[in-house]
Ligand binder design. Structure first.
Ligand code: GLU
Length: 305
């Protein structure tokens, strides 16, 4: 596979799939892989893979290699080298230094318990009560680094879910970009890496829809371009829980590639004909690419598998 970024040339479509190697590929992540792959390839675009192995305590040994093997066995071939977040500390450090330089971040000494005791609920975690915003209280040591949010609204037009906007200060609060354990937060890493890989279009699960305004906010602070976004419905079980390792979703195996691919394609509203279920991967992808229609994607945040 040869891969060269044309000098000073932004590609017209470059998509990506960014799994977290916390276990083998499961149906939920396969849907994101298939959706982002077909949207990229059907538009003549590139498709990159990035391993989000940043959250070391959650990474499972061997899972990254396992995911890559499964993608290949399913015919989901990517362009260029796979980027590993575990090797990108220097880039995140530089981004954090930039945020410090412009006064956009501050050290926070609060423990999880202190925050839980005084915070009110936000979109996906308690809203930080701004205890350390004006400086650390005397005798306290900074643990995490937080971004100062503001009262402006941050919005974008999702290609599937429509207009989304948030007032970060009110709905999310000042959020962590470097954790108390020293690890960089997903929100910062994803923004730095999407820019480094010149990603123009992000297709991923709608569980990340509410994170997108935070990411756009960071892009603006860092002077980075904002890609186009399309958030696919997330597969949930009968209890409404996301299919993931935590809910014990079974691993996708490549024993019968077309059958699992068929199911992902049907989930994405593409109406594959029944005979595609036992096709070989080549035949499957030929049909899928020729018949991919983004306007058939269900405009929902979650859908039962
Ligand atoms: N690594 C994230 C996940 O597996 C996806 C991040 C992204 O696509 O921006 O949920």
């Amino acid at each position: 596979m040869s891969f060269q970024l044309p000098a000073n040339n932004i590609p017209s479509y470059r998509g990506r799939f960014a799994p977290s190697p916390t276990g083998p590929l499961h149906f939920g992540s396969l849907v994101a892989a298939v959706g982002s792959f077909l949207e990229a390839r059907s538009r003549g675009g590139e498709w990159l893979v990035r391993m989000e192995d940043l959250d070391l305590p959650r990474v499972v040994a061997g899972a990254a290699a396992d995911i890559l093997r499964t993608l290949e066995a399913l015919g989901l071939y990517w362009d260029g080298p796979v980027m590993f977040q575990s090797a990108r500390d220097e880039a995140y450090r530089a981004a954090l230094a930039e945020l410090e330089k412009i006064g956009a971040v501050y050290p926070c000494a609060c423990t999880r318990k202190e925050i839980a005791d005084s915070a009110i609920g936000g979109i996906d975690s308690p809203i930080y009560p701004n205890t350390c915003r004006g400086g650390l209280l005397s005798g306290r040591q900074g643990r995490a680094m937080r971004v100062r949010t503001d009262a402006g609204s941050v919005g974008f037009d999702d290609a599937l879910q429509g207009g989304i906007s948030q007032v970060l200060e009110k709905e999310v609060g000042d959020f962590v970009v470097r954790r108390a354990d020293g690890l960089f937060a997903y929100q910062l890493a994803v923004v730095v890496d999407d820019a480094e890989q010149s990603i123009t279009h992000i297709v991923r699960g709608a569980d990340l829809l509410d994170s997108t305004p935070r990411q756009i906010y960071l892009q603006r602070l860092l002077g980075l371009p904002t890609p186009a976004y399309l958030h696919l419905p997330v597969a949930v079980n009968a209890r409404g829980e996301k299919l993931s390792k935590q809910t014990l979703a079974p691993a996708v195996t490549a024993a019968n590639p077309a059958a699992v691919l068929f199911e992902a394609l049907a989930f994405l509203g593409q109406l594959p004909p029944a005979e595609l279920k036992d096709a070989d991967p080549d035949t499957f992808w030929q049909w899928a690419m020729a018949n991919w229609r983004a306007d058939r994607l269900p405009a929902r945040r979650t859908m039962m598998r």
